[in-house]
Design a protein around this ligand. Structure first.
Ligand code: SAH
Length: 267
C-alpha cells in the first residue's frame, strides 16, 4: 500500500480510510456520572447543564449555538451543524459537564479539542463565499473526531488525517455510532496532505507549524479555501486563510490563535 488505506474500506482487515458506516448505533444516552443531576430534575429557569445529558443535551447544545450566534457566528449551515453534532460524545466522561462550554478540552496524548467558538470561526472561514455542500475537504488533525463530524455536514466527502494512532482509534470509536458514510479517517502525517483525495474544495488544519506546507497549497482546488494556524512570526501563531485562484494563492493573515503544534511522522 503506497497510501495509508489505499483500497481501505473494501477489505475486512483494512482500516484506512475507515468509512464509518454499517455499524450499530450506541445508546443515545451516555453513561451518567455518579451524583450527576437526573434529567428532568432541573428547576424551571435554571441554566441547562450537560450533566446527566440525555434529554437535556439538545437544549444545552442549542444554548451553546445561541451564544455563538450572539458572538457573531452567522453562517446558517455552520450553526446547524453545531446544533446537530453532540460534542459531549467526543470528550471523556469526566469532562461531559463542560462539553458545551466555550472551552478547549484535553482529549489525551497532549492534544486538545478546540473551543466551539474557534471551531465555528474556522468553519465559517472555510465556507465563506462557497456553495454548500463543499466538495471534498481535507482535515489535518482528526483528534477526537468532533470537527470531522461537523465537516461531514458541510461537505460531500471529508478526509481526516491523524498522526497519532491512539487518537485515530479513539476518533473511530467516537464516530462509529454516528455512522457517517462520507467521512474517511486516515492514519498518516498530514504535512504531506492526502494526494489521493486532491484537489480539495477545502483544507482545514487543527495544528499549526511554521509555514503552511506546500503540499496543502498544491492540493487545493482552484476556488478552494484553506484555513490553518501558522507561525507567521517567531512565537506568533495566527489564523491564515488561503484561497486558490486561477493564477495563484491569495493569503490573509487573521487573529492570533493557540493550536497544538503540527508534528511530523506517525506514532
Ligand atoms: N479537530 C480536532 C482537534 C484535534 S487537536 C478535534 O475536533 O478534536 C490537533 C490534532 O492534530 C492532534 O490530534 C494532533 O495529533 C494532530 N496532528 C498534529 N500534527 C499532525 C500531522 N502532521 N498530521 C496529522 N495530524 C496531526
Amino acid at each position: 500500500m503506497s497510501q495509508p488505506g489505499a483500497g481501505g474500506a473494501r477489505g475486512r482487515g483494512a482500516r484506512f480510510p475507515a468509512t464509518l458506516e454499517g455499524l450499530r448505533p450506541a445508546p443515545a444516552v451516555p453513561a451518567r456520572r455518579a451524583g450527576a443531576a437526573t434529567p428532568g430534575a432541573r428547576p424551571a429557569g435554571a441554566v441547562p447543564s450537560a450533566q446527566g445529558v440525555g434529554l437535556d443535551s439538545a437544549a444545552v447544545r442549542q444554548a451553546m449555538v445561541q451564544r455563538l450566534a450572539q458572538q457573531g457566528v452567522t453562517h446558517p449551515a455552520v450553526l446547524q451543524a453545531l446544533a446537530a453534532v453532540e460534542r459531549h460524545r467526543f470528550v471523556d466522561s469526566a469532562l461531559v459537564p463542560q462539553a458545551y462550554e466555550d472551552t478547549a478540552l484535553p482529549i489525551g496524548w497532549g492534544q486538545t479539542i478546540s473551543k466551539p467558538s474557534v471551531v465555528a470561526r474556522m468553519l465559517e472561514l472555510l465556507c465563506a463565499g462557497q456553495t454548500l455542500p463543499l466538495g471534498r475537504v481535507l482535515e489535518i488533525g482528526t483528534g477526537c473526531g468532533y470537527q470531522a463530524a461537523l465537516l461531514a455536514r458541510l461537505a460531500r466527502e471529508v478526509y481526516s488525517m491523524e498522526r497519532l494512532r491512539a487518537l485515530h482509534d479513539k476518533a473511530r470509536d467516537n464516530l462509529r455510532p454516528l455512522r457517517i458514510p462520507n467521512l474517511h479517517l486516515i492514519l498518516g502525517d498530514g504535512t504531506a496532505g492526502y494526494p489521493a483525495g486532491a484537489p480539495y474544495a477545502g483544507i482545514i488544519a487543527a495544528a499549526g507549524g511554521e509555514a503552511i506546507p506546500q503540499a496543502w497549497l498544491d492540493q487545493l482546488a482552484v476556488g478552494g479555501r484553506l484555513v490553518a494556524p501558522a507561525e507567521v512570526q517567531p512565537g506568533q501563531q495566527r489564523l491564515v486563510v488561503v484561497q486558490r485562484t486561477a493564477t495563484g494563492w491569495q493569503r490573509e493573515v487573521l487573529e492570533g490563535v493557540r493550536f497544538v503544534p503540527l508534528q511530523s511522522g506517525v506514532l
